[in-house]
Structures are given as structure tokens and as C-alpha cells.
Ligand binder design. Structure first.
Ligand code: NAD
Ligand code: DAU
Length: 356
């Protein structure tokens, strides 16, 4: 048995691949990892798997139908776990085209390839096959301060080009199940944080900027609320849904950790004050308020009771334990940060894989 993972060199995908191949329950099942290596894809995240035959890395585009067909035919995976996407809201505001190309058309191509592959399966292989689509809570739009958290039946009200592209991909996945019978699963997760998080997103940006003595830019009043989940808990939720989720269903995944951005930044500063005190004083001295993100969603909150009830999944980390581990990880991996910031990881990738 094999899994085809897309986007497995990104933040969540690489955590998923590492966890999968470390866990005694799954470690014997190889992963074919199809990743374009966009700016967000970093094979250094997977350096621990270098030379490991259980990880087959393929640099390529989910929109390349011939490539995807070839991988499905050659490896006959029992499931596709689809992470590949353009993922950063601010980038989608500056340049939405790539989000439509990868998130919408790329998912369409992958679904078509999976449908053709599934049509050729029979018996146990057909019964076991799954297409797991990894999506976001942002498809539901923004919540008022006192509104109940998003359930799976909440209306889709995406507000950014990113969330609109993910909503479109969710709809395609749903339609490929209803129309063609493709055995799909969808998870809609809240904000992740943890190791290998690209420092364009709030938590890693604040950590690396603070350590570099740079400004900590909070958008607008900083009272926007997100629900935060440690990345390892998102990976365990995907594994639970893949193993036991009901075909055609969607599952919301969240950490019951709603926090305003300002509090997140203050927590990071306090942890750094403890772990790496600065002679000039508390890291909060670096906080600046900058122009708000256009169309900025005010609040997301996930009602995760369905996955808890049906699959017995619960997050293992609290926000306090997860954020401490995360800050410590960035302190311990200054080389990873320096590489990402200098673009050095891209040179390393072409040195390592360019000639192949
Ligand atoms: P990321 O930006 O860190 O990684 C995305 C990966 O996809 C990169 O490795 C990139 O090279 C690859 N990729 C991009 N375009 C591709 C293409 N055309 N073909 C093949 N590979 C391509 O993203 P992430 O934060 O790890 O998110 C992974 C998935 O989880 C996304 O679908 C995202 O929408 C979803 N999600 C993310 C979060 C979060 O908080 N980060 C929360 C919920 C859901
Ligand atoms: O909710 C899930 C989503 O979470 C995922 O689908 C996205 O892929 C992921 O990027 C994330 O989206 P957000 O826009 O919520 O994450 P980001 O880290 O960009 O921003 C988190 C909050 O912090 C948001 O309210 C904007 C704010 N922010 C962000 C940055 C980068 C700042 O105030 N300053 C910043 O510099």
C-alpha cells in the first residue's frame, strides 16, 4: 500500500509525511510526495528522510495531468492526500492568479486523474480508495464576536481570493463525489502553527522578526480572532479521517483555542523574554500597528464536535504547550530560518536534486 501526498514539502504536508513515516502504525506504508517546490516548498523540511526508500519525492505540478496519471498508474496508491495549494491570504490579495491555477484548476486536474484511476480499480482496491482533500475554515467566512463556531453545515461565505479558491476546490471535491461516486473526504481546519511554518505567517513571522530585532507588525487593531491548532494535531486528525471517516463527509478540525492576534504576539514575546532575554528589554517593544489587511476576516472559530464524536479525535496539545514547543523549535533551528530567509534552501535543492 502507498499514499500519494500532494504538497508534502510545505508546512503541514512535511509534518504529515514525517509523522506518517515515524508512527509504528503507518511507518511501513511508503509515501509518494508530489510537490512543485514553489517558494513554500522546502525539501530541507524532509532532510531526515534523505535516502529513505519509503519517501519517493517527485517535483511536479498537480495540474500536470500526464504526470499525475503516470504516478497513479505506477504506484497504485490506496489514497491521495491533497495538501498542495497556494496558502497565504496576503499573497492572494496581491496576486490571485496562482491561487486559481493551483487551488482550483490543480484540484480539478487531480480529481479527474483520481476519477480515471478509480474507474480502473476493482475489489478491495476499489473499496479502500480515498481522495482526502485538506481544506480550511476560511471557506465559511467571518463570524460575529458572539456567533456560534462554524459547524460543517455553515454556509460558505469566502471573503479573500485564497478562501474563494479553497471554497471552489471544496465544491469540486463534493461534486466529484455526488456525480461520479469518487470516494472523497474533506477536512476544514483552523490556523495551524508549529515546526517548518514558513515565516510569512503570523506566528513564525513574529518569532523570527523578534529574534532579528525587527518590527512585529500587527494588522489593524489586532483584535481579529483565530482558532489555533498545533500542526501535529491537524496531522493526527487527517489520519483519523483517512482511516475511519465516512466517505463523502466533511469534518471540521480545530483546537478550541480562540485567541486575538494581539494576545498571540504578546504570548510569543513573553516566551522569548524567558527563553532568550534581550539586553534592550521586553520583545513587546518591537510591536507596531500597521495598515489592516483588505477584507480582513474578524473571527474564525471551529466547532470540532463531529470529528470528536464520530472518530474520537482530540488535540493532544494545548495552546500553551504547543506555542512553547514552537518557539523552542525556532530557537533550535536558526539554520533552517536563515536558509529560508536567504533563499539558501532553494540553492540547496537545485544542488541536491537539480541534476537528477
Ligand atoms: P504551504 O504553503 O506551506 O505548502 C504548500 C505546498 O504545496 C508547498 O510545498 C508547495 O510547493 C506545494 N505546491 C504549491 N503549488 C503546487 C502545485 N501546483 N503542484 C504541486 N505542489 C504545489 O501550505 P500549508 O500551510 O502547509 O497548507 C497545506 C494545505 O492545508 C493547503 O491546502 C491549505 O489550504 C490547507 N490549510 C492550511 C492551514 C494553515 O494554517 N496553514 C489551515 C487549514 C488548511
Ligand atoms: O484559518 C486557516 C488559515 O489560516 C489557512 O487556511 C491559511 O492557509 C493560513 O495562512 C491561515 O490564514 P490566516 O490569514 O488566518 O493566517 P496568517 O498567519 O496570515 O494571519 C493570522 C492573523 O494574523 C490574521 O488575522 C492576520 C494577522 N497578521 C498576519 C501577519 C502575517 C498580522 O496581524 N500581521 C502579520 O504580519
Amino acid at each position: 500500500m502507498t499514499l500519494l501526498v500532494t504538497g508534502g514539502a510545505g508546512f503541514i504536508g512535511s509534518n504529515f509525511v514525517l509523522d506518517w513515516l515515524a508512527d509504528p502504525a503507518t511507518r511501513d506504508e511508503p509515501i509518494v510526495n508530489l510537490d512543485l517546490l514553489s517558494y513554500a516548498g522546502n525539501l530541507k523540511n524532509l532532510a531526515a528522510l534523505q535516502g529513505d526508500a519509503r519517501h519517493i519525492f517527485v517535483q511536479g505540478d498537480i495540474g500536470d495531468r500526464a504526470l499525475v496519471d503516470g504516478l497513479l498508474a505506477a504506484h497504485r496508491p490506496r489514497a491521495v492526500v491533497h495538501f498542495a495549494a497556494e496558502s497565504h491570504v496576503d499573497r492572494s490579495i496581491h496576486g490571485p492568479g496562482e491561487f486559481m491555477r493551483t487551488n482550483v484548476m490543480g484540484t480539478f486536474t487531480l480529481l479527474e486523474a483520481a476519477r480515471a484511476h478509480y474507474a480502473g480499480l476493482s475489489g478491495d482496491d476499489r473499496a479502500a480508495f480515498r481522495f482526502h482533500h485538506v481544506s480550511t475554515d476560511e471557506v465559511y467566512g467571518s463570524l460575529a464576536a458572539d456567533a456560534p463556531a462554524f459547524t460543517e453545515s455553515h454556509t460558505y461565505e469566502p471573503n479573500s481570493p485564497y478562501s474563494a479558491s479553497k471554497a471552489a476546490s471544496d465544491h469540486l471535491v463534493r461534486a466529484w463525489h455526488h456525480t461520479y461516486g469518487l470516494p472523497v473526504l474533506t477536512t476544514n481546519c483552523s490556523n495551524n502553527y508549529g515546526p517548518y511554518h514558513f515565516p510569512e505567517k503570523l506566528i513564525p513571522l513574529m518569532i523570527v522578526n523578534a529574534l532579528a530585532g525587527k518590527a512585529l507588525p500587527i494588522y489593524g487593531d489586532g483584535l481579529q480572532v483565530r482558532d489555533w491548532l498545533y500542526v501535529g494535531d491537524h496531522c493526527s486528525a487527517i489520519r483519523a479521517v483517512l482511516a475511519r471517516g465516512r466517505v463523502g463527509e466533511t469534518y471540521n478540525v480545530g483546537g478550541w483555542n480562540e485567541k486575538p492576534n494581539r494576545e498571540i504576539v504578546h504570548t510569543i514575546c513573553a516566551l522569548l523574554d524567558q527563553l532568550r532575554p534581550h539586553p534592550e528589554g521586553p520583545y513587546t517593544r518591537l510591536i507596531t500597528h500597521v495598515t489592516d489587511r483588505p477584507g480582513h476576516d474578524r473571527r474564525y472559530a471551529i466547532d470540532a464536535r463531529k470529528i470528536e464524536r464520530e472518530l474520537g479525535w482530540r488535540p493532544a496539545e494545548t495552546f500553551e504547550s504547543g506555542i512553547r514547543k514552537t518557539v523552542q523549535w525556532y530557537l533550535d533551528h536558526a539554520d533552517w530560518v536563515a536558509d529560508v530567509q536567504s533563499g539558501g534552501y532553494r540553492d540547496w535543492m537545485s544542488k541536491q536534486y537539480g541534476a537528477a
